[in-house]
Design a protein around this ligand. Structure first.
Ligand SMILES: [Zn+2]
Length: 273
């Protein structure tokens, strides 16, 4: 792989953590696909629902304000359908995409319409959806750029895409701390990497190239609690307090830089076709 899979730049260098960094758009990537059904050992409700409920409500609020008359909504990476069930209650016609057979089976039993293939392989009808959402999915895709082009194709003109992604500006920095003795002693696991690790600049590059406009990227509120058990010996209360304090700090930096700097642990993108 010679060019950046997001922006096509040839300026790629290797990073010490085994990642490649593109100087063109700032994305860190592995250049492999690593979708595997994650195992949360009984913590699925925490991971997919409880910890994300505020994020889902925020997304729904944005969509409801863009489309008071509602419309068709497709959620990519729908897991157990927690977001689309909320949207359905609010009056949206909902569908989901999910790669896990087990989850799809579960969702279909609940009466939800689910597709069981990557979005780029579904070839859904052009100009069909008012809204498409993808919570922490872009980072785990194989051919992200192809997927974004497909999303653009199936959105109606003026349709809205909402993405939530881990922010590499935060996570890649934290990975560097993992070698510190204190962190390993406390069994803290604060930094995470996926196939693609985006920051504000690389998400913007990806969407602009596909044709999206009115791209707005802000710090995302964090998930609630510590569903992934990253806090080690310090526990979930510590993680919750840290996440809240860090969110406030990142918002301070955001406003002081007039929206230029997003250092939050995750980002939310709202863009229009
Ligand atoms: Zn790039």
């Amino acid at each position: 792989m010679n060019n950046c899979p997001i922006c096509d730049s040839k300026e790629i260098k290797n990073n010490s953590a085994g990642l490649k960094l593109c100087n063109g758009c700032g994305v860190y990537f592995f250049g492999r696909q690593d979708f595997a059904e994650p195992l949360y050992n009984g913590k699925e409700t925490d991971v997919y629902n409880k910890s994300k409920i505020k994020l889902f409500n925020y997304g729904l609020k944005v969509l409801n304000s863009c489309f008071p008359q509602k419309g068709r909504l497709l959620d990519i990476g729908a897991a157990y359908g927690d977001f689309i069930k909320l949207a359905k209650k609010a009056g949206w016609q909902v569908e989901g995409v999910e790669l896990s057979d087990k989850m799809v089976q579960d969702d279909r039993q609940k009466g939800l319409t689910m597709y069981n293939k990557p979005i780029e392989d579904l070839d859904l009808k052009s100009n069909s959806y008012e809204a498409i959402t993808a919570y922490e999915v872009f980072s785990q895709m194989k051919t992200t750029r192809k997927a974004v082009l497909e999303i653009y194709k199936i959105l109606k003109p003026q349709g809205v895409l909402i993405i939530r992604e881990f922010n590499s500006t935060f996570h890649i920095k934290l990975l560097g701390l993992l070698n510190m003795k204190l962190f390993s002693f406390l069994n803290l696991q604060p930094g995470i990497t996926h196939n693609f690790n985006f920051n504000k600049r690389s998400l913007e590059a990806l969407l602009k190239k596909a044709g999206f406009k009115d791209i707005k990227i802000v710090n995302s509120r964090s998930t609630m609690g510590d569903p992934y058990g990253t806090g080690g010996k310090l526990g979930s209360v510590f993680v919750s307090v840290f996440k809240t304090m860090y969110y406030i700090l990142s918002q301070g930096i955001y406003y002081l830089s007039f929206g230029g700097l997003c250092v939050g642990s995750s980002l939310v993108v709202v863009a229009r076709k």
